[in-house]
Design a protein around this ligand. Structure first.
Ligand SMILES: NC(=O)c1ccc[n+]([C@@H]2O[C@H](COP(=O)([O-])OP(=O)(O)OC[C@H]3O[C@@H](n4cnc5c(N)ncnc54)[C@H](OP(=O)(O)O)[C@@H]3O)[C@@H](O)[C@H]2O)c1
Length: 276
């Protein structure tokens, strides 16, 4: 299949490319200039965007996530196609908000709390409307934070814990969803051009959420993980740019992946224990 790909230079683009070897990949340039060969494409993988922790103003998030998506759809429309390609959008669990005690399903009302989440939700709405008008099949993948790519959340945590003893807040039982790049590869291959996935929004994460103790334990390797009382963590969060990370360490935020599993993406791996 010919696949148009945006965001090829990014962490996920680089992580997905090896899995797409059997397909003909056409990388779309950052500025989307030139012809968009939509006519002959079977799918569009739209990865380009500004990610959650990249910093920036609400306007920058809106430009890179919502307006870029609008421009891409306009280019596809103006290029014309005999058979519309399958448009796959890489959205995020942050459209739901930033925390939740219970796992969030696709039926949960999105309540984005950040410019990132808002810009992704606005892109999702635009895709649903435009694709309906163009009769273009689409799939929205709401991804958990991805690991297994360079500079991912686990390696950043490992770097932090080279300077500080590894710790969790409270008992470390808070639940977080993560997504391995290998699982994402399987999901994308399963979804591509597959009518069962079309018209759907699908949460994409490893098959079960992890406790913070598991996540920190993995980053800590053989070292003992300490438990920090929540009150002390709140106090420390005011110092040294730790606020955001400490908040994330102390709150649950996970996805219900029942719909994903019902679509049979194949066997999905689970985060293995400490690297040793
Ligand atoms: N990584 C995750 O854990 C995760 C989780 C959920 C969702 N996502 C979403 O998945 C997508 C890819 O994430 P990633 O981790 O690969 O991000 P990344 O490493 O930051 O790469 C972003 C990609 O988008 C391109 N890009 C950024 N701003 C752009 C703009 N204004 N116009 C055109 N292209 C632009 C970049 O091009 P240059 O190289 O030219 O800058 C790069 O190719 C993003 O949309 C992100 O929101 C990621």
């Amino acid at each position: 299949m010919r696949i148009l790909l945006t965001g090829a230079t990014g962490a996920l683009g680089q992580g997905l490319l090896p899995a797409l070897r059997a397909h003909e990949i056409v990388v779309l340039p950052r500025a989307l200039e030139g012809r968009t060969p939509a006519g002959e494409a079977g799918a569009v993988l739209h990865l380009a965007g500004k990610k959650y922790d990249s910093g920036g103003s609400p306007a920058e998030f809106a430009r890179a996530n919502a307006e870029l998506t609008e421009r891409l759809l306009a280019r596809l429309e103006s290029s014309g196609f005999a058979k519309p390609p399958h448009f796959v959008f890489f959205s995020s669990m942050y459209v739901y908000g930033e925390r939740s005690e219970a796992p969030l399903s696709e039926q949960t009302q999105p309540r984005p709390q950040t410019p990132y989440g808002l810009s992704k939700l606005s892109a999702e709405k635009m895709i649903a409307e435009t694709c309906a008008r163009l009769k273009m099949p689409f799939t929205i993948l709401r991804l958990a934070t991805v690991y297994g790519t360079s500079g991912d959340v686990l390696s950043r945590m490992e770097s932090r814990f080279r300077l500080l003893p590894p710790f969790v807040v409270g008992d470390g039982g808070q639940k977080r969803s993560l997504l391995s790049i290998e699982n994402l590869r399987r999901v994308v291959l399963a979804a591509l051009g597959n009518p069962r996935w079309q018209g759907l929004t699908v949460n994409v994460a490893d098959p079960r959420p992890y406790t913070m103790l598991e996540v920190v334990g993995r980053a800590a390797g053989v070292r003992r993980v300490r438990r920090v009382p929540p009150g002390l963590a709140r106090l420390a969060s005011g110092f040294g740019g730790w606020g955001d990370q400490l908040r994330r360490l102390s709150e649950s935020f996970s996805l219900d992946v029942t719909r994903l599993l019902s679509l049979n993406p194949g066997p999905l791996e689970i985060l293995t224990a400490a690297r040793g």
